[in-house]
Design a protein around this ligand. Structure first.
Ligand code: ARG
Length: 463
């Protein structure tokens, strides 16, 4: 006999319904309704398999599969009434299915548990996100490539310690991020490959005595194979952790580029102008054009990496197999995924819209004694000096220029010869920034020819 107030799904042994606080802490429907489409897809695959293996009649399977589509359309059109008393998306869907198709709905849960069901749904959801992130990163890469090819040979200062180091090209700098976001993409792809095993059919934890066909459901849901251990299948969330790890690394890369855009768009640098579409004004200072999008992208790593640490902390120390702790796996993953997608889209828009200030880049490139290394290399190459001595001579010349208030090319030959008598006029060839970058022809170097080769390689790869 079922008690009226007890849960209709599992209330057989319960005399009382849950306390309101119990319901509040237990229910996940407030957030796991985001997995409705995945839940229904999984249930439809399960029902088809139950029929194919003779566990369920064809009629029941047909009613269930069609009824589930009705439920899906009710959810998609906002007509569905979600109920906290029914805890989660799995039981909400099943209860509504029962209203639509009657008794057959009760047979859907044969040879299955919410434990393998939720693991399956969540994997399908995370996998969808990985595909969305992949597409978004692909678009960002295209935007960066466009910037790189427009300014493959535009000189700018390269920095270490945010101090001018050596001249590089704008294209080279843009392509550095292409490499980073390219690796991010491949990290997501690796994680996707590893996670693509179906938990469905692991049941509560031990598998099932019904003659199910796990290959069939795995295939129907786009998994490469069924997961080989039923305990592992319901108990691990490493796929979500990998997603969050990949997301954190991507967010870190986004944060660094965002920081550069903040610096570069300042009045002190003027390396880039951000478009109006991706800037904001100040309510008090009329002259201001603030890089808010860049700042927010710079900050997103906080919550994304926070989600990763949060889920690690939930999962550590949990005994096998399922524990309700694992219901706490979803919200932060949802939030991280939403914010990562937003950050990539905003960066994509900003990168495509921004204008590099070629003159400001060039002016900055030749300040700060950026060709000092070229001078030292010339002393080694032409005069046969040991590099350490060449470094010392160059340092003396830099100090001399600094005192005189000029850049290295503005020193006279006589002044230079005062420091080292063998210095010849041909030294001036290497002191110009254009020559400096053109000379960095080693593989992966900043010479425009090298940069163009890398751009071409990526253009081919991205199609
Ligand atoms: N809402 C639950 C979750 O997200 C579904 C699994 C419940 N399983 C259970 N044995 N109570 O984890």
């Amino acid at each position: 006999m079922t008690n009226k107030t007890a849960n209709t799904m599992w209330g057989g042994r319960f005399a009382d319904g849950p306390d309101a606080i119990m319901e509040a802490i237990n229910a996940s429907i407030g957030f796991d309704k985001r997995m409705a489409a995945q839940d229904i897809e999984g249930s439809r695959a399960h029902a088809a398999m139950l029929a194919a293996t003779g566990i369920l009649s064809d009629n029941d399977a047909k009613a269930i599969r069609e009824g589930l589509l009705t439920v899906l359309s009710e959810i998609e059109t906002g007509k569905f009434q979600f109920s906290a008393a029914l805890e989660d998306i799995h039981m909400n869907v099943e209860a509504r299915l029962k209203e639509i198709v009657g008794e057959a709905a009760g047979r859907l849960h044969t040879a299955r548990s919410r434990n393998d069901q939720v693991a399956t749904d969540f994997k399908l959801w995370v996998r969808d996100q990985m595909d969305a992130v992949d597409a978004a990163l692909g678009s960002l890469l295209q935007g960066l490539l466009q910037q790189a090819s427009a300014g493959a040979d535009w000189v700018m200062p390269g920095f270490t310690h945010l101090q001018v180091a050596q001249p590089v090209t704008w294209g080279h700098h843009m392509m550095a991020y292409v490499e980073m976001f390219g690796r991010d993409r491949s990290r997501f792809a690796d994680a996707r490959r590893r996670m693509n095993e179906s938990p469905l059919g692991a049941a509560a934890l031990a598998g099932t005595s019904f003659p199910i066909d796990r290959d069939m459901t795995a295939k129907a849901l786009g998994f490469d194979r069924p997961a080989a251990n039923s305990l592992d299948a319901v108990a691990d969330r490493d796929f979500a952790l990998e997603f969050l790890s990949c997301a954190s690394i991507t967010a870190m890369h986004l944060s660094r580029l965002a920081e550069e855009l903040v610096i570069w768009s300042s009045a002190q640098f003027r390396f880039v102008a951000l478009s109006d579409r991706f800037s904001t004004g100040s309510s008090i200072m009329p002259q201001k054009k603030n890089p808010d999008a860049a700042e927010l992208i710079r900050a997103k790593i906080g919550r994304i990496m926070g989600a990763m640490v949060g889920l690690f902390t939930v999962m550590k120390g949990l005994p096998l197999a399922y524990s309700k702790d694992m219901q706490e796996d979803k919200e932060q993953v949802f939030d991280a995924a939403d914010n990562l997608m937003l950050a990539i889209a905003a960066m994509d828009g900003m990168v495509r819209d921004m204008t590099a200030n070629r003159d400001a880049l060039a002016a900055a490139a030749s300040s700060g004694f950026s060709t000092a290394t070229d001078l030292a290399d010339w002393l080694v190459r032409e005069l046969g000096l040991p590099f350490r001595d060449a470094h010392h001579v160059t340092g003396t010349l830099v100090a001399m220029a600094e005192k005189k208030g000029c850049d290295l090319p503005e020193l006279t030959l006589e002044e230079m010869q005062g420091v080292h008598g063998d210095i010849a006029a041909s030294v001036f060839d290497v002191l110009g920034v254009e020559n400096s970058v053109a000379s960095r022809t080693s593989y992966g170097g900043t010479a425009p020819d090298q940069v163009r080769k890398q751009i071409a390689r990526w253009q081919k790869e991205l199609g």
